[in-house]
Design a binder for this molecule. Structure first.
Ligand code: NAD
Ligand code: DAU
Length: 350
């Protein structure tokens, strides 16, 4: 493993991952390919922009010719695919781009890797890790659908996605699995719960609430606010991906989660109190259509088989995250002063 193609590396998790890989693996070359959609931001990477073992290329993962050229030029032996349309609310308003980027883009990457890695149907590596090459698909717990009050998602749980976003991610998982089963492509799929931390685009719950709170704007809580998510600090997600990349068995899926379930309203109230604002800013609004009630991840497989464990407690992580947004006001202002829209306003007008 030497020349790693990280797609979507200018987004929230991708940019944290690029920086972690450059810090941890000095001998690796990191090639970051990102289309710089509304969510991609090179500001996230300014600290590493000049590093000799780091290259940024503005390209779309759906552009077959360009992806082929990148594989040839850089001798890519590893792919970590973060590139995606990632926001559920947007997928309700504009589903098509979710399908083309998240499914077809993934297939372009798989096909190109298959060609350059000379992987053939029925390849003997089907059940083994082919040394030196790997395709890691960054997926999500949302592919499993929603839970009731009890239970947790296991890697063996059925895929029952409920939003266009999660359906597109499940579609990508299926095509990644098919390339393993049919061609012997050495793949892993990781399915992580909700991330939080620095550089998250302010359309997502935590940075949106911090930003609105600081400006004393309404805090729109969907439905009754009792939907439950499992929250994991982005650096713990990145370290889990690094572990799966190096130790994961080819063809396997690994759930990643923090055993840290919180109702949305708890998070919003914590942010309000920490920033010393009034709870009167909280406004209960009409629910997201098809809103998943609860997610919870069973992470036994990655913890017991690969030895990964999260480092952050939620208390430490959320405090540091709030501080980061306070100290990086310019980063968020550059985004929200542009053509940024909270898609809630559009969800019922589709
Ligand atoms: P993000 O929206 O912040 O970043 C996505 C990045 O992909 C952006 O930089 C964007 O420019 C790029 N991109 C989009 N379309 C592209 C295309 N066609 N070609 C090339 N680049 C393109 O998303 P994120 O929150 O960092 O999520 C990254 C990945 O992790 C996604 O695949 C998402 O499904 C998955 N994931 C996210 C979470 C979470 O809580 N945010 C949890 C689990 C899994
Ligand atoms: O579970 C992993 C997923 O987490 C990732 O796959 C997605 O890419 C990521 O966007 C995230 O999806 P969610 O829909 O859970 O995240 P979001 O931040 O949009 O919403 C979190 C919860 O907060 C959800 O129950 C909806 C609610 N919410 C969100 C917003 C933006 C509100 O109540 N008000 C809001 O304004």
């Amino acid at each position: 493993m030497k020349n790693i193609l990280i797609t979507g590396g200018a987004g929230f998790i991708g940019s944290n991952f690029v920086k972690m890989m450059l810090d941890r693996h000095l001998g690796y070359k990191v090639i970051n390919v990102d289309a710089l959609t509304y969510a991609g931001n090179l500001e996230n990477l300014k600290d590493v922009a000049g590093k000799p073992n780091y290259t940024f290329i503005k390209a779309d993962i759906r552009d077959r010719a360009k992806i082929d050229e990148i594989f040839s030029t850089y001798g890519i032996d590893t792919v970590v695919n973060f590139a995606a349309e990632s926001h559920v609310d947007r997928s309700i308003v504009e589903p098509e781009i979710f399908l083309t980027t998240n499914i077809l883009g993934t297939q372009v990457l798989l096909d190109t890797a298959k060609k350059h890695w000379k992987i053939k149907p029925g390849d003997k590596y089907c059940k083994e890790y082919k040394p030196g090459v790997k395709f890691l698909q960054v997926s999500t717990d949302e592919v499993y659908g929603a839970l009731g009050k009890k239970g947790m998602f296991m890697e063996t749980s059925p895929l029952l996605p409920n939003s266009p976003y999660s359906a597109s991610k499940a579609g990508a998982d299926m095509i990644v699995r098919a390339y393993h089963q049919t061609f012997g492509m050495p793949v892993n799929i990781t399915r992580c719960s909700n991330n939080y931390g620095p550089y998250q685009f302010p359309e997502k719950l935590i940075p949106l609430m911090i930003n609105n709170c600081l400006k004393e704007k309404d805090l729109p809580v969907y439905g009754d606010g009792m939907q439950v998510r499992d929250w994991l600090h982005v650096s713990d997600h990145c370290s889990a991906i690094d572990v799966v990349l190096h130790k994961g068995e080819a063809g396997e899926v690994y759930n990643i989660g923090g055993n840290n379930e919180k109702a949305n309203i708890e998070i919003v109230k914590f942010i309000v109190v920490t920033l010393g604002k009034s709870e009167s800013l909280i406004k209960y609004v009409k629910d997201r259509p098809g809103h998943d009630r609860r997610y919870a991840i069973d992470n036994t497989k990655i913890t017991t088989q690969l030895g990964w464990a999260p480092v952050y407690t939620f208390e430490r992580g959320i405090k540091e995250t709030i501080e980061w947004y306070l100290n990086n006001n310019e980063w968020i202002e550059n985004i929200v002063s542009g053509d940024y829209v909270h898609y809630y306003d559009k969800m019922y007008r589709t």
